[in-house]
Design a protein around this ligand. Structure first.
Ligand code: ADP
Ligand code: MG
Length: 250
């Protein structure tokens, strides 16, 4: 995709981020800027720290040292500022994490009602428009278990968008799906990218990375080993670790 316009304040800025789980050094001196409207795909072997990276961006995981800023504002450790910043960062997981006992529309309106203080009418109007956008408005009154995996994941995307996030994080959003449902979710993500959403996407879908990413970040053992355009990464990886990774998956 063509690059987004350069802007002085990155939407996400990670600088010198270190994180351990006990003795395990899981994020090693991570510096990562994501520009407004940029789509960054994070690749890397299992256990390289991709999920942890995503989870630190919205403070689901605390970091040891370093800084993380969203749109120029550092993440506070707790309190109201944290809630507000978290609302700015939408996250979609491998397991759809919908509320099982709420309808699809209720899933999408819940957080705007509670956290953003929206009125019911307003939240439903926005929620329906979002369900429309991801192509499942006709499923609004069903419960998650009545939907296919692909539909549930699209509902999860709509739910995250309902908070009007500044950035969307996707952690292997299609890994739990049956193959025939992968594309409907990737297509939804591609449209979002085209609309200018800032996105960080952990995925093993190389077609999506080639098609939709502005940049590919390759992680190995908690480090960012390569940070390049998809073209450069896939045709001319520089490190042995990236070559080895690509050799195994392509
Ligand atoms: P990836 O998403 O790239 O597979 P993760 O970020 O999930 O990698 O994990 C990176 C490393 O951190 C792995 O070795 C994993 O076992 C470890 N890890 C992840 N979460 C925890 C946790 N809550 N406690 C201890 N170790 C963890
Ligand atoms: Mg992971």
């Amino acid at each position: 995709m063509t690059s987004p316009p350069a802007s002085s304040t990155p939407m996400v800025r990670m600088a010198g981020v270190q994180k351990h789980f006990g003795d395990l050094h899981v994020l090693r001196d991570i510096d990562l800027d994501v520009a407004r409207g940029e789509v960054v795909v994070v690749l890397g072997p299992s256990g390289s720290g991709k999920s942890t990276l995503c989870r630190t961006i919205n403070r689901l995981e605390p970091i040891d040292t370093g800084t993380i800023e969203i749109d120029g504002t550092a993440l506070a450790a707790e309190g109201k500022a944290l809630a507000a910043l978290r609302a700015d960062v939408g996250m979609v997981f491998q397991s759809f994490n919908l509320f099982a006992h709420k309808t699809i529309l209720e899933n999408v309106t819940l957080a705007p009602l509670k956290v953003r203080g929206a009125s019911k009418a307003e939240a439903e109007k926005t929620g329906l428009a979002l369900l429309e956008r991801v192509g499942i408005a006709n499923q609004r009154d069903k419960y998650p278990a009545q939907l296919s995996g692909g539909q549930q994941q699209r509902a999860a995307i709509a739910r995250a968008l309902a908070m009007k996030p500044k950035v969307m994080l996707f952690d292997e959003p299609t890994s739990a799906l049956d193959p025939e449902m992968v594309n409907e979710v990737l297509d939804t993500m591609t449209s979002l990218a085209k609309e200018g959403m800032t996105m960080v996407v952990v995925t093993h879908e190389m077609g999506f990375a080639r098609r939709a990413a502005h940049r590919v970040v390759f992680m190995s053992d908690g480090e960012i080993v390569e940070d390049s355009t998809p073209d450069d990464f896939f045709t001319a990886p520089r490190s042995d670790r990236a070559k080895d990774f690509l050799g195994k998956i392509l």
